[in-house]
Design a protein around this ligand. Structure first.
Ligand SMILES: [Zn+2]
Length: 318
């Protein structure tokens, strides 16, 4: 098998120095809150839950440099796993996704309040009181593989509807997360159908492709516009055309790795559509085949360790 090694993708994006944003005013390093003084939601635009996903850094840097301030409510701009970001090594660019553990798998109460510790958990615990005050979270990410951008809306209809309100990207993934732990986008009220809190997670493209930064900038301005935080005049110069339509793919099942020898049947990069019975991969001696026709592969991973998500399977909702 000759799978594409994500370490081999060219690094087309700069990694901006963000030390100027360290002393934010929120009480949490690298989180800055702008308060309009007018009633309205608390909106968080968040980058760097994964340390090597630089497109979100570039989008936040753009908002800071443009002097963006909310017309209503509060706007917080934050960089999560700064320590991992600062450990980025262009010779081994996949290594700085995290330092000790995936920061997007620790957002359940047992983990946050439990005895276990790691650098990512420490940082999550620092950020958590601020996140608890957020009504609308936009979490900016990118992907290992060069795949079309997707919005990860989670399992709840409220988030799918918000993704459709945003209008981009053209693919919205309605999913249930990962066996390995809860994501920030599913934390607390974001994951509660009875709460008005809502979160979206955008995957802007391959981690270091130039276009991912453009997707990130477009989407953060659209997010602020959607929530009436900024004027159209400020947003418009930074927007790209909307896709002609959006499609929703609903995840039916995650494929969770069980052994130390998981291999994909082909060098999948994501959004391939398989027919029922097509071979997806082999986990030890277990063959994993598409359980139904029109089976869409979502974000196949190269971190194929037991307990991790190898790939998620979905189908188009029309
Ligand atoms: Zn990510």
């Amino acid at each position: 098998m000759s799978a594409t090694d994500p370490n081999k993708y060219p690094i087309e994006l700069p990694f901006p120095d963000i030390s100027a944003y360290r002393n934010g005013n929120s009480g949490v390093d690298y989180y800055t809150t702008f308060d309009s003084g007018v009633s309205g939601p608390h909106v968080l635009v968040n980058a760097l839950v994964h340390g090597n996903e630089v497109c979100g850094v570039i989008a936040l840097d753009h908002l800071f440099r443009a002097g963006v301030r909310p017309k209503r409510g509060k706007l917080t701009l934050g960089f999560a796993n700064v320590e991992a970001y600062q450990a980025f090594d262009p010779d081994e660019p996949m290594a700085s996704r995290f330092l000790d553990e995936d920061m997007n798998r620790v957002w359940d109460l047992e983990t946050l309040e439990g005895a276990r510790n790691s650098r990512e958990l420490q940082r999550a615990r620092q950020i958590r009181p601020l996140v608890d005050t957020v009504d609308l979270l936009f979490d900016v990410h990118s992907m290992q593989h060069k795949t079309a951008p997707v919005m990860i809306a989670g399992p709840l209809e409220k988030s799918v509807a918000m993704a459709q309100g945003l209008g981009t990207p053209d693919i919205v993934v309605a999913d249930t997360g990962h066996a390995a732990g809860r994501r920030l986008r599913d934390y607390g009220g974001f994951g509660d159908p009875n709460s008005e809190k809502t979160a979206l997670l955008i995957e802007c493209g391959q981690h270091w492709e130039a276009d991912a930064a453009q997707v990130a900038i477009d989407s953060v301005y659209r997010w602020l516009l959607l929530h009436e935080m900024i004027d159209a005049k400020l947003a418009t110069p930074n927007l790209r055309p909307l896709p002609p339509r959006q499609r929703v793919v609903r995840v039916s099942a995650p494929v969770t790795v069980e052994t130390d020898s998981f291999e994909f049947a082909q060098p999948f990069t994501g959004l391939e559509t398989l027919a029922k019975g097509d071979l997806i991969g082999v986990d030890g001696t277990r063959e994993i085949r598409a359980p139904h026709d029109d089976c869409v592969l979502i974000m196949p991973s190269r971190r194929l360790t037991p307990g991790a998500t190898a790939v998620r399977l979905g189908r188009w909702v029309d």
